[in-house]
Write a protein that binds this ligand. Structure first.
Ligand SMILES: Nc1ncnc2c1ncn2[C@@H]1O[C@H](COP(=O)(O)OP(=O)(O)OP(=O)(O)O)[C@@H](O)[C@H]1O
Ligand SMILES: [Mg+2]
Length: 246
């Protein structure tokens, strides 16, 4: 479980996260929705301490992240996270095989002889095969997302953080990525946090949806309840997403 209390992040004068408190429960698929620039990526990056919060507490499986001073312990906790970057961020000079096995090499002591089996298995999970020797430049955008996802699940994380997993994808590929996220939860039992400005995606796949606005979660509830929300910011976001109140 990830317990977040009073999470605050300030850039200059800008209080991007202003005291957020929420528990992300085991096995849930928690989405954070909000307009561009509202701090969604900042939120997700604070969870695994890629960014240091200015105040508040983030506890991962009971461990307070702020009190971890050793790089070793931090690396160990980070291992429990898979992170799908907003920009995809594959290493262009590395092959698919090298990309997917990257975390195995740096975060685990799994013997090298096991890599081919693990890479094949993870690629199969995202619906790819026989692409190990290709370079990112030879892949379509959707394939790159899948490879990035295979890389983030290679070390079998307990949590997967997805930053805008469907942005820039066509509707067919969006559907595939959506199924993948749902599958990862079903097949691997991972706890997932998705940040997105795609309201349809959030409502469709999540166990709970949170709306981030001006540094706060103005609504946190299940999709059905979220659709009926009377919160003005939620309603406005629904309106521009062409989703009507049921
Ligand atoms: N390292 C940084 N230094 C200074 N300001 C930053 C930094 N990272 C983010 N910000 C600012 O914080 C705010 C929130 O950024 P963030 O990337 O978290 O938004 P977002 O909700 O993910 O947006 P998008 O939907 O466009 O991805 C923005 O105003 C951004 O300029
Ligand atoms: Mg972002």
């Amino acid at each position: 479980m990830i317990e977040i209390r009073g999470l605050t992040k300030v850039f200059g004068e800008h209080r991007v996260l202003d005291g957020i408190s929420v528990d992300i429960r085991e096995g849930e698929l928690f989405s954070v929705i909000g307009p561009s620039g509202m701090g969604k990526s900042t939120f997700i990056r604070c969870l695994m301490r890629l960014l240091k919060p200015d105040a508040g507490s983030v506890k991962v499986d009971g461990q307070e992240m702020a009190s971890v001073t050793s790089e070793f312990t931090l690396a160990k906790i980070r291992r429990s996270f898979g992170y799908l970057f907003q920009e995809g961020a594959l290493f262009d000079s590395l092959t698919v095989f090298e990309n997917v096995s990257f975390g195995l090499k740096y975060l685990t002591d799994i013997p090298k002889s096991e890599y081919p089996r693990i890479v094949r298995e993870k690629l199969a999970l995202v619906g790819l095969k026989d692409v190990e020797e290709l370079k990112p430049a030879e892949l379509s955008v959707g394939m790159k997302k899948r490879v990035a996802l295979a890389r983030s699940i290679a070390v079998e994380p307990k949590y997967i953080l997805y930053d805008e997993p469907t942005t820039g994808l066509d509707p067919v590929t969006t559907g595939m990525v959506k199924d993948l996220i749902t599958d990862m939860r079903k097949k691997l039992g991972v706890t997932s946090v998705v940040v997105t400005h795609d309201m349809n995606l959030a409502l469709e796949i999540s166990s709970r949806v949170a709306m981030l606005n001006n540094g706060k979660f103005v609504e946190v509830c299940e999709p059905a309840c979220f659709r009926r929300s009377d919160n003005p910011e939620v309603r406005e976001f629904m309106r521009i997403s062409h989703i009507s109140k049921e």
